[in-house]
Each structure stands twice: as structure tokens, then as C-alpha cells.
Design a protein around this ligand. Structure first.
Ligand SMILES: [Zn+2]
Length: 112
């Protein structure tokens, strides 16, 4: 990260490749660094777009993996929500919530 801008494209939103300028794959042309959760969803959409209807051998496998990943992330979100309802003194809920938040990349978790 450079002054809050995407470090890959230096905030321009574009990368110049041998094929010409392309949209930056890390910020999707925005120029600002995205949270990990948002990045994940954009990458999943890009994978789906690239594979759906491609007729390639891997099409079904990739779409299945994207579906399974979304399903697991939804389950993790549900776990985070349930842990937020738990007693704040409950160490198990606190630990489970920390792990789920970290896996989802909801916010930058500072490890002490
Ligand atoms: Zn970028």
C-alpha cells in the first residue's frame, strides 16, 4: 500500500502489459486497495465470468469450487454473527470469532 493507494498500479487502476493497458487485478481499476473480503468476491466473479460457458474441461470444476467457497464463506459469516451474540467473557466464542473473521478477511486483524 502506498499512501492508501493500490501498490500494484500505484493508484492508476491500470497496468501496462505487452498486450497494452489492462485493468489492475488487485484493485479492479479503482486505484484504492480493497479489503480482503471484497477482493475475494471480485476474484470469484472474475473466475466465474472467465469460465462460464467456456466449454473447457475445467468449467464445471471451477464453477463448483466457486460455489463451495461462497457456501463456506456464508457459513463463516453466520458463525461470526452467532459469536457476536455470545457472552463477551466466553473464550471459546471469542476464539472462534477471531478465526472466522481472519479467514473471511473482514478487517485487518492485528496479531499481537
Ligand atoms: Zn491497482
Amino acid at each position: 500500500m502506498t499512501n492508501g493507494r493500490c501498490a500494484t498500479c500505484y493508484g492508476t487502476g491500470e497496468l501496462v502489459t505487452e498486450q497494452g493497458p489492462t485493468t489492475c487485478p488487485d484493485c479492479f481499476g479503482d486505484g484504492n486497495p480493497l479489503g480482503r473480503g471484497a477482493k475475494m468476491e471480485w476474484r470469484l466473479r472474475e473466475l466465474e465470468r472467465a469460465h462460464r460457458g467456456s466449454g473447457q474441461d475445467a468449467e464445471g470444476d471451477v464453477l463448483w469450487l466457486v460455489h463451495e467457497l461462497r457456501r463456506c464463506r456464508e457459513a463463516l459469516l453466520w458463525i461470526v454473527a452467532r459469536c457476536q451474540d455470545a457472552d463477551e467473557a466466553d473464550p471459546l466464542a471469542k476464539d472462534v470469532k477471531f478465526r472466522a473473521v481472519e479467514a473471511l478477511g473482514l478487517y485487518d486483524v492485528k496479531v499481537p
